[in-house]
Structures are given as structure tokens and as C-alpha cells.
Design a protein around this ligand. Structure first.
Ligand code: PBG
Ligand code: ZN
Length: 329
């Protein structure tokens, strides 16, 4: 027998063979577009920290969502910037809050044609910028926060959200939200749990865009230590037990090992959030001429799929869908 006896290159010979032997795929229906809606805005305003992204008015959000439907995207994730902030973050659970109004507008306009996911947290709505209710000591009161999350989730479900996505990393948040939704009759509203959300510098551009940086201190008493992999699996398993319908790992590119571990640990759909800092790394490196943005983004998103994520939340969702539509191979 001649050497070598194994020849993996046989399956790489032609584009058609490579396509046939491909192990993982990326398609627009797996991508989720995050949107920022600012209360009182009349027309969209570019977000300086995130080139190509905008603060939307409710009207411009509808135009963007129409575009995402046309591109075949999987859904949109809504973040709100209220006109006023207070200690409790009451704009998060106001009936006429900016996200509640946005969800109603999308439902009226598009029916069920778009999956609407509502981020459920307080940091964009609190004057101190933390994700939970703050005690005088500067500590976040976990259990008092759960009640506010429950109110927020119910008001978002009432407005017509398909999925509630709690992102504050409080203990017991999924169980508290599930119970509140069920008690209010929203048994069919799903929960996408931000299960393993790490305390990272990569949220920088988002905090700028969402105006939600903490005034003092940081988020390390609730978001996870970037060094921990096993704890991420534990967090995901707790959310599964508490009734999550889907789980998430965030960020994505710097945490692909965590994506793979959580993939093995649960059969629930798994999302990965390619965050603002990751968007910025790809965008600015391409703008500086390091590589072609299209190639880099499709390879990065493909890598997140290969690691085991079913769906990806990314600011490149619309661009990627367009690039995929042009891709022949
Ligand atoms: C706030 C929230 C953050 C992100 C999503 N929800 C920022 C933070 O926790 O400080 C980050 C998303 C991104 O960077 O793209 N709960
Ligand atoms: Zn938050």
C-alpha cells in the first residue's frame, strides 16, 4: 500500500465536494439583530462607538425590522433608552415604556413575521447604571431586583414580546420571571436566559450606545469571572432547571470553549452573543486594512456555529445576511 494511506484532501478537491463534506453552516435565519430604541427620537441617529449601527426611533425601528424580515434574519433583540432614569429603573416596566411601545408597533405592523426578543434588565433605566436595585451600601439587592425583573418581563409579554431575555445575572431571575409570566397568563412567552454572561471589557461600545455604564463600581459581583468555565456550565444548568427555553453564552469569540461546554451540557437551543467589542474588533481591523471585513466576519460567525451555537446575536447580522446571499460556495 502506498503512502499516505489516508488522503483527507480527496474531499477538498472541488467546491461541490467541499460543500457536501461541510460540517456546519451559517444562515441568516440563525442571526439576531440587536436594536437600540431611544424614547422621543424623531429620526435615527448614528451610534459613534458602533459604526453602521443607529439609535432608532419607533418609526425607523419598523423600517429596520422590515429590512431584517426581507433578509430572512431570525429575529430582533430590543434595548431601550428611556427619556428619564430613576433609582428603580421604572422605565423598564412602564406600560408606555419605549420598549413596550416598540413591541406594540412591531406587532401591529408585522404580526408574527418577526421574532421579537425583549432584553430584560434595569441598567439602561437606572440613574446609577447598575443592573439591579442598589442598596445604600452600593451592593445590588438580588431578591428585590427579581421583583422588578418580573414586572418588566410581564409588561414586555403584555406588549407582545415572543421571548424575554433576562441579562442582569441575578440569582433566580429565570424562575422569578417564569413564575410571574405564568401567573399573568403568559404561559407561551419564552425565556432566553443570558446564562453565562461574563464581566468583560468587550461591552464598552454597547455601554456607550445604551448609556448604561455603572456610575460607580463595576458589575463583577453579578457578571461572571472571565476565568471560569465550569461555573458557566453550572449557571446554564441552573437556568435550565428554572425553566429557561433557551440559554446563552456571552461574549462569543473569546469564550468559544464555554459555548462548546454548554452545548454538550444541554439539548436546549443555545445562543451566543457576539458583543459590541467583538463587532468593533472586526470592524476596525478591517477598516485599518488588516483583512477583508466580509471574510473575517463570516469566518468568525462560522466559528461560533462550529463551537455549537444554534443562533448568534450580532451587530453584523444584516451585513452577514447580505454577504451570505451573494456567496456561491
Ligand atoms: C446590560 C447589557 C450589556 C450588554 C447587553 N446587555 C452591557 C453590560 O452588561 O454592561 C452588552 C452587549 C454588547 O456589548 O454588545 N444588561
Ligand atoms: Zn443590565
Amino acid at each position: 500500500m502506498g503512502f499516505p494511506s489516508e488522503r483527507p484532501r480527496r474531499l477538498r478537491r472541488t467546491p461541490a465536494l467541499r460543500r457536501l463534506a461541510r460540517e456546519s453552516r451559517l444562515s441568516p435565519g440563525q442571526l439576531i439583530h440587536p436594536a437600540f430604541i431611544r424614547e422621543g427620537l424623531q429620526s435615527p441617529q448614528p451610534i459613534v462607538s458602533m459604526p453602521g449601527q443607529s439609535h432608532e426611533s419607533i418609526e425607523s425601528l419598523c423600517t429596520t425590522v422590515e429590512e431584517t424580515i426581507g433578509l430572512g434574519l431570525g429575529g430582533v433583540l430590543l434595548f431601550g433608552l428611556p427619556a428619564a432614569k430613576d433609582a428603580q429603573g421604572s422605565g423598564a416596566f412602564a406600560d408606555d415604556g419605549v420598549v413596550q411601545q416598540s413591541i406594540r408597533a412591531l406587532r401591529t405592523r408585522f404580526g408574527d413575521a418577526c421574532v421579537v426578543i425583549a432584553d430584560c434588565c434595569l441598567c439602561e433605566y437606572t440613574d446609577h447604571g447598575h443592573c439591579g436595585f442598589l442598596l445604600d451600601s452600593g451592593e445590588v439587592d438580588n431578591d428585590a431586583t427579581l421583583e422588578l425583573y418580573a414586572r418588566t418581563a410581564v409588561s414586555q409579554a403584555e406588549a407582545g414580546a415572543d421571548i424575554i431575555a433576562p441579562s442582569g445575572m441575578m440569582d433566580g431571575q429565570v424562575a422569578a420571571i417564569r413564575e410571574a409570566l405564568d401567573m399573568s397568563g403568559f404561559t407561551d412567552t419564552a425565556i432566553l436566559a443570558y446564562s453565562a454572561k461574563f464581566a468583560t471589557v468587550l461591552y464598552g461600545p454597547f455601554r456607550d450606545a445604551a448609556e448604561c455604564a455603572p456610575r460607580s463600581g463595576d458589575r463583577r459581583s453579578y457578571q461572571m469571572d472571565p476565568a471560569n468555565q465550569r461555573e458557566a456550565v453550572r449557571e446554564a444548568m441552573l437556568d435550565v432547571e428554572e425553566g429557561a427555553d433557551m440559554v446563552m453564552v456571552k461574549p462569543a469569540l473569546t469564550y468559544l470553549d464555554v459555548v462548546a461546554r454548554v452545548r454538550d451540557a444541554t439539548n436546549l437551543p443555545l445562543a451566543a452573543y457576539c458583543v459590541s467589542g467583538e463587532f468593533a474588533m472586526l470592524h476596525h481591523a478591517a477598516a485599518a486594512g488588516a483583512f477583508d471585513e466580509r471574510g473575517a466576519v463570516l469566518e468568525a460567525l462560522g466559528g461560533i456555529r462550529r463551537a455549537g451555537a444554534d443562533m448568534i446575536i450580532t451587530y453584523h447580522a444584516r451585513a452577514a445576511a447580505r454577504w451570505l446571499a451573494e456567496t456561491k460556495e
